[in-house]
Design a protein around this ligand. Structure first.
Ligand code: DLL
Length: 432
């Protein structure tokens, strides 16, 4: 495996690189983005005040609403003449969040995605079927350019058209699949319906991300597809996919590309940094982005940081798999739960399939949580007693591990809607 030198540098060297780039980006946004100049002036912060990495703590945070307030291009630090690509992420309400890339940004992104795919075990000679959506979403094109840079052959399938995905996988001999983890399961299901022998496929690895998934989900996918499944993280505001990725060797935490992104984890209530190993909200400062550099961007994603070097030889900081977003956390009768915590419990149960949905509602003043999970077709759906026993067992486990009263409802195979991109896990009827 080829490691870029910087990925296995001594910490002092990495910190030096980061500090130089941090100084650069703070100056760059101060000089070029009125939003940042006003924010910094308000508290008397000048770029030359940044002398150590810790000085970042004096810099104000940037949030998604700052991007919205400056829609569409107000946060750009370059003239539109220098922008060669625009992406956007669809907000749940209102206008999308818009990001731009200079030619240099596109090159950096391709380089980082090449490093990310290398970390996941992708090589020249691989045939990579890219089933992330192409379009305003960063998944498709982000993976695409990185794979080409490695010299892999890319099949730009985009998401959906699942039977064709399976057909091409067979006929073209795809060795790597890239898509959301939920879509990977959808593809397996359709392949089985088509009578395809999964063992006969040439797939060896999958690079999955864009939505939270658990270790149990990894096991499901690895067993069903007979591959190594590697987690990749990113967000359009920061770049797209390729901000952090697991290594094939350890699959223990996602290596952050620290030479381009400065990570912090903060307590979302006090906004103070938390020590490594403690859970909190990931905050990222871009260190090299030209078109839309972001300083102390609050991602809302919940994780922990780990600075210990990895068995793969990388010394870069690792983040634990994202358990959810602070804005996706459910508060059920005062107990905080993330959908991924429920996922890890239900996927341990016997006789169910990894398709589920959480319905949050109200019974008078009280919150209610219904967990709908599909039963496997090996379980006769008319055997009420069997189903009831299974439901009670999962309810008991949820109460035991998470302290939440949930009503578990086993539903028929294939009754939960499949997605070709990010799965919809939560239906919150309280918001109606
Ligand atoms: O989802 C970029 C991406 C594409 C990442 C392909 C990985 C693969 P957005 O649409 O802007 O960008 O959504 C970003 O998705 O803040 C997280 O909440 C979530 N997310 C992304 N990757 C992971 C992951 C892309 N590996 C938002 N695990 C982020 C958990 C993830 N959540």
């Amino acid at each position: 495996m080829i490691l870029r030198e910087v990925e296995s540098s001594a910490r002092t060297q990495l910190d030096e690189i980061k500090l130089n780039k941090l100084k650069w980006v703070v100056g760059w946004v101060y000089d070029r983005v009125p939003f940042y100049r006003q924010r910094f002036d308000k508290i008397g912060l000048k770029p030359h005040h940044i002398k150590t990495l810790k000085d970042i703590e004096h810099v104000p945070f940037t949030t998604k609403s700052d991007l919205r307030d400056n829609y569409p291009f107000g946060m750009f630090a370059v003239h539109m003449d220098d922008v060669v690509r625009i992406h956007a992420s669809s907000g749940t309400t209102g206008k999308p969040t818009v990001v731009g890339y200079t030619r240099g940004d596109i090159e950096t992104w391709a380089e980082l995605m090449a490093r990310a795919l290398t970390s996941a075990g992708v090589h020249k000679g691989d045939i990579l079927q890219n089933a992330y959506g192409y379009g305003l979403f960063t998944g498709g094109l982000g993976i695409h350019y990185g794979a080409e840079k490695i010299g892999a052959a890319v099949i730009p399938m985009s998401g959906g058209n699942t039977q064709k995905q399976v057909m091409l996988m067979q006929d073209f001999g795809s060795t790597v699949l890239t898509c959301t983890p939920s879509y990977a399961l959808n593809i397996v299901e359709v392949a089985r319906e088509m009578g395809v022998d999964i063992e006969s496929l040439k797939l060896k690895a999958g690079v999955f991300g864009a939505e939270p998934w658990t270790e149990n989900m990894r096991t499901e996918i690895e067993e069903k597809l007979n591959i190594d499944a590697v987690d990749i993280y990113g967000l359009s505001e920061i770049m797209g996919p390729g901000v952090a990725v697991e290594c094939l060797e350890a699959k223990k935490g996602l290596h952050l590309f620290e030479d381009h992104f400065l990570p912090e984890v903060i307590n979302p209530d006090t906004l103070q940094p938390v020590p490594n190993g403690e859970k909190g909200e990931l905050v990222i400062t871009t260190l090299t982005k030209e078109a839309i550099p972001l300083v102390r961007y609050r991602t809302r994603d919940v994780t922990t940081l780990e600075a210990q070097p990895c068995v793969c030889g990388r010394t870069t900081m690792r983040m634990s798999r994202i358990t959810g977003r602070t804005d996706d956390m459910l508060i059920i009768r005062g107990v905080n739960v993330f959908p991924s915590q429920i996922e890890s419990i239900i996927l341990k149960a016997e006789g169910i399939e990894p398709y589920y949905q959480l319905i949050v509602g109200k019974d008078g003043p009280l919150d209610t949580l219904e967990v709908r999970v599909e039963v496997s077709d090996r379980i006769p759906f008319d055997e009420i007693k069997v189903l009831e026993t299974m439901e009670k067992k999962i309810e008991h486990d949820i109460k035991d591990y998470l302290g939440v009263n949930a009503k578990v409802k086993l539903v028929e195979p294939k009754s939960i809607e499949r997605s070709a991109g990010k799965a919809v896990r939560v239906i919150d009827q309280r918001k109606k």
